[in-house]
Design a protein around this ligand. Structure first.
Ligand SMILES: NC(=O)c1ccc[n+]([C@@H]2O[C@H](COP(=O)([O-])OP(=O)(O)OC[C@H]3O[C@@H](n4cnc5c(N)ncnc54)[C@H](OP(=O)(O)O)[C@@H]3O)[C@@H](O)[C@H]2O)c1
Length: 220
C-alpha cells in the first residue's frame, strides 16, 4: 500500500492563508482541468486521511466529485471526538471512518458519531498509533492507495510515524507569509540526523501550479 501526502502550498510552504483560515482559496486559482487533475487522484485512491482541525476550518466534502469514486473512504483521526455534526462529512451517507484511541472506548461521543451513520475504530492506547492505522488499512481493509490531505499537524504525525511513502506538492506562485500560518509540516520538527528524506521523482508544470512528486528515499 502507498500512503502519500497531497498538499497545495504557497512558494513559502504555507498551506493556508493564515492561522485558523480555510485553505479553500487555493481552489480559486484552479481551472476546471486542473481541478480534474487533483480529483483524478481521489479517483485512483481508496481512502483520504484528513486531520480533525481541517474538518473544522475547511469543512471539506472529501468526495470525488468529477469521477464518482463512491468507494472512497474518509478517515479522520481525532482524540477529542469533538465533531460539529453539521459538517459536510456528516451530511451524506458516504463511508467515513473516525479513528481514535482506546481511551475513548467508553466515551459517549462514540455513540453520537455512530448515530450519525459513521464508523469508529480504536487504534492506539492514548492517541492514534499511525503505524497501527497503516497496518489496519493495508491488512484489514486491503487498501492499496491512500491520500493524506493535511493539515500540517496530521502530516507531521504521519511523517514522525514513518508511514509516508511520498509527498506531492502543488506549489502555487505566490507568497503567503505569517509566523503562525500552517506549513506543510508543523509539529515539533525533526533533528538534522533524522530529517525524513525524499527523492524528486516527477515534475509537472501546470498553468496555475507546479506539481512536485517526491518518493521516500532510503538514504539517511
Ligand atoms: N493546502 C492544503 O492542501 C491543506 C489541506 C488540508 C488542510 N489545510 C489547512 O491546514 C490547517 C489545519 O491544520 P492543523 O495542523 O491545524 O490541523 P490538522 O492536521 O488538520 O488536524 C489536527 C488534529 O488531528 C487530530 N490528531 C492529530 N494527531 C492525532 C493522534 N495521534 N491521535 C488522534 N488524533 C490526532 C487532532 O484532533 P483532535 O483535536 O480532535 O484530537 C488534532 O487536533 C487548516 O488551516 C487548513 O486550511 C491545508
Amino acid at each position: 500500500m502507498r500512503i502519500y501526502i497531497l498538499s497545495e502550498m504557497s512558494m513559502d510552504g504555507k498551506i493556508t492563508s493564515g492561522s485558523n483560515s480555510s485553505s479553500k482559496f487555493f481552489g480559486n486559482y484552479l481551472s476546471e482541468k486542473e481541478m480534474m487533475y487533483i480529483h483524478k487522484k481521489r479517483h485512483n485512491a481508496q481512502a483520504i486521511i484528513v486531520g480533525k482541525k481541517t474538518i473544522d476550518t475547511d469543512n471539506p466534502y472529501l468526495t470525488d466529485r468529477y469521477f464518482g469514486n463512491e468507494k472512497l473512504i474518509r478517515i479522520i483521526p481525532s482524540n477529542s471526538l469533538d465533531f460539529d455534526y453539521s459538517s459536510h462529512i456528516f451530511q451524506d451517507n458516504k463511508k467515513t471512518l473516525i479513528v481514535t484511541s482506546k481511551k475513548n472506548i467508553n466515551n459517549p461521543k462514540v455513540d453520537e458519531i455512530k448515530k450519525h451513520g459513521k464508523k469508529v475504530e480504536f487504534i492506539g492506547e492514548t492517541k492514534v498509533d499511525f503505524k497501527g492505522l497503516k497496518d489496519y488499512l493495508e491488512n484489514k481493509l486491503g487498501l492499496q492507495e491512500v491520500i493524506v490531505e493535511g493539515g500540517g499537524t496530521i502530516n507531521s504525525k504521519l511523517l514522525e510515524a514513518d508511514v509516508i511513502d511520498g509527498i506531492e506538492i502543488l506549489q502555487f506562485p505566490f507568497v503567503v507569509g505569517g509566523e503562525d500560518t500552517p506549513t506543510l509540516v508543523n509539529g515539533k520538527g525533526f533533528g538534522e540526523c533524522v530529517f525524513p528524506k525524499f527523492k524528486l521523482e516527477n515534475v509537472n508544470v501546470k498553468e496555475s501550479f507546479v506539481s512536485l512528486y517526491y518518493s521516500k528515499s532510503n538514504y539517511n
